[in-house]
Design a protein around this ligand. Structure first.
Ligand code: GLN
Length: 487
């Protein structure tokens, strides 16, 4: 592998500016790496070579003319395959969209292209982003670059695995209930979910619209901060997008945290936590203490309900969002239907995989007239309580820390027969989606089998700069992020 591929985006940018490498060479080196390892990792649904090379050429022209380079220009990036790139397939890893070609760009795609970021591939995911292991994809499983027998986490498994395997420098994922942070933690990289509304969701295939948020994957906090800066901002095409200026998130990375307050979430340090993961969080506590921060234990008493709340709200919202896949408007249509109703039902029965069907059934039930008050309404009320728990503790502390997941990556196949145990993987991440707050996972060491551990850091709404600052302080105190998976 070309050694430059192991480097961060900011180092690759320097190499481009110093003319040590051209953008086209960097993209080609990335494709050579993909040729080398992709048959083992299987991170991608499709490659988007034409657009990647075209963008890289524009970068090289700018460099040749001595023009200023936009942030992240020329840095190879992967989109999760539920985000639109005009003219390329967007499948959401579902049979129902197997041949769907995006007729327009997502807003994040437009922003990336304006910044001359070469989009090199579309990454595999759990079908419609429903899952925690990437095993629910209609197009095969993704393998964890640290151990090919383990899952990469999900649902943004391909996005995370590709960056961990140096098949890309950066990628984007979507996080509805942990789908960026969990795979980042399982693959030993940084994954960040912004404040709900910070990044436009226009052109992202909707799963649960009150929870979905797009965010960056990178090997360093600085890279993730730069990528967030490029993709965030107000978008009139997404009515939930927040109209607030975009900050320079790299400016405050190194701010002193002396005297600032960090809360450790009590409920996530209890039973069920593996010893190695506990030690990693304790290491973070020690690191922050040495840097002069004050550590306090905080309690979020309603956090224990978050999985239950999530699986009512997310399934209810997805049952409504996925109603549009009916064989008429998009994608696959069952070919031999007897009549219209037969066409609808057979299209959906054949087009959706088992987990997606399970969610639609659960969600439709929760929204049905006899049960709406008992389930959907109650879950909305409980969601409010979870948010109020966060509001209360954030009056006391600046930032929260916890494990990203109680365990490290599990074996492929270990949880596929037991959806409930799969759902429990997200115990630490889901509450941030319910509350709309930003969170990230930063590499925090390895377990006794050499699998990566993630530390979760959470901040109040719109406090992304703080989130990056605290995470950077931990990252720079250790060398975990410098270790690269040996695929
Ligand atoms: N694992 C969760 C689910 O299956 C979260 C998925 C996500 O964040 N997209 O719904």
């Amino acid at each position: 592998m070309n050694e430059l591929l192991k480097k961060s985006a900011s180092e690759q940018r320097k190499a481009l500016l110093n003319k040590e490498v051209s953008a086209v060479e960097l993209v080609n080196a990335t494709y050579a790496r993909i040729d080398e390892v992709e048959d083992k990792v299987k991170a991608f649904n499709s490659l988007t070579k034409e657009t990647a090379i075209e963008t890289a050429k524009k970068v090289d022209e700018k460099i040749a003319h001595g023009e200023e380079l936009p942030l992240l220009a020329g840095i190879p990036l992967v989109l999760k395959d539920n985000m639109n790139l005009i003219g390329s397939k967007t499948t959401a890893s579902s049979k129902i969209l197997e041949n769907f070609v995006s007729p327009y760009n997502a807003t994040i795609t437009d922003k990336l292209l304006e910044n001359l970021v070469p989009i090199i591939a579309k990454a595999n995911l759990d079908e419609f982003a429903m899952g925690s292991s990437n095993e629910n994809s209609a197009f095969g499983k993704v393998h964890n670059p640290w151990n090919l027998n383990k899952v990469p986490g999900g649902s943004s498994g391909g996005s995370a695995a590709s960056v961990a395997a140096c098949e890309a420098t950066l990628s984007l994922g979507s996080d509805t209930g942990g789908s960026i942070r969990l795979p980042a933690s399982f693959c030993g990289i940084v994954g960040m979910k912004p404040t709900y509304g910070r990044v436009s969701r226009y052109g992202l295939i909707a799963f649960a619209s009150s929870l979905d948020q797009i965010g960056p994957f990178a090997r360093t906090i600085e890279d993730a901060a730069m990528l967030l800066q490029v993709i965030s901002g107000y978008d009139p095409k997404d009515s939930t997008s927040i109209n607030a200026p975009v900050e320079d998130y790299t400016k405050s990375l190194n701010n002193d945290i002396k005297g600032r307050k960090i809360g450790v979430i009590k409920e996530l340090m209890g039973e069920g936590l593996s010893d190695d993961v506990r030690k990693a969080v304790e290491l973070a506590i020690e690191t922050y203490k040495q840097q002069g921060a004050e550590i306090v234990e905080v309690s979020l008493p309603n956090l224990k309900y978050s999985i239950g709340i999530y699986y009512i709200l997310a399934t209810a919202e997805c049952s409504s969002n996925l109603a549009r896949f009916d064989g008429v408007k998009y994608g696959y249509r069952y070919p031999d239907a007897q009549n219209l109703l037969d066409m609808y039902t057979k299209t959906r029965a054949n087009g959706f995989g088992p987990e997606v069907k399970r969610r639609i059934m659960l969600g439709t039930y929760a929204l049905s007239s006899g049960y709406y008050d008992a389930y959907y309404k109650k879950a909305q009320q409980m969601r409010r309580l979870v948010k109020e728990d966060f509001d209360r503790v954030f009056k006391e502390v600046d930032i929260l820390i916890s494990p990203t997941c109680p365990n490290t990556a599990f074996d492929i196949g270990a949880k596929t027969e037991d959806p409930l145990s799969m759902y429990l993987t997200d115990i630490a991440t889901i509450s941030a989606n319910l509350a709309g707050i930003p969170g990230l996972s930063v590499p925090a060491g390895f377990d006794s089998d050499g699998m990566p551990i993630g530390l979760q850091v959470l901040a109040p709404q719109m406090k992304e700069a703080d989130l990056f600052n605290f995470s950077y302080k931990f990252e720079q105190a250790h060398d975990f992020y410098k270790q690269i998976a040996n695929v």
